[in-house]
Design a protein around this ligand. Sequence first.
Ligand code: SF4
Ligand code: SF4
Length: 266
Amino acid sequence: MERRFACTACGKCCSGRLPLTLKDALAHAGRFPLAMLWTVVRPGAKSFALTARLGTEVRLGKRKPIAVQITPISYLPPLMACPALAADGLLCTIHAEKPLRCRTMPFYPYREERDQADLLVPRPGWLCDTSEAAPVVYRDHEIVGRGDFDRERQDLVEQAPVLKAYADRLLAMAPNVTAALEQAANKPQGGYVVLGFSAVLARLGQIDVATFARRQLPVLSDFAARTAGLSGAGEFHRYYRDSAAGMERLLARHSQGAGTNGNSGE
Ligand code: SF4
Ligand code: SF4
């Protein structure tokens, strides 16, 4: 079985939330409004073991443990264009430094390599080339030209201990997170929880928190302004507004507490 695929740079998939590695999230903190997405994967799902390995496994009450995919994201309403997309809606303005997720498209490293075929079928409206003229990218359940996929998967494997420590801490300290996860797990199709990004900073060792907050704050404020009164974007607006306020507090705390360089390592 062979599948062909080529990106025609139509920009149609460059909207809505964009999964990132932690490295990409930090590198683009001055560009994307960041959040953490926790997605429930039920026992028996194909990607259960991989999800548990890259994210975490959680036992909610007496039910079987669920796996939780924990993903840093650029958090945007579904139809809002990525801030790195050019005004013509076609070109990526950061092509040379775009996140690994964009390089690996349409493959998805949170799935096993053998389960990628259906991702190569473009969604309605997407102008990906899957004709005979396009190169073969997937053969006998293996990715041909796998460099970006392997790099993204490797980053996910390396960041997994950080995300597990972050998740353990939040689940132990914040009962509302467990309750939200339980609600998500009860949804028939599975669900997800969106959480602020700042809690993961504490698990990142020597990161300069003040510098991060200085880069992220104007992005969140800008998106809060862009979504004020925007139909269907209420939950996004509240997230940006509340996260901007949280980022201001973080900045004040770290700027005061860390003297001239703001690096407290929280
Ligand atoms: S970073 Fe570039 S390729 Fe990735 S979603 Fe944004 S515009 Fe598209
Ligand atoms: S929808 Fe397909 S062709 Fe268009 S930018 Fe995305 S991957 Fe490329």
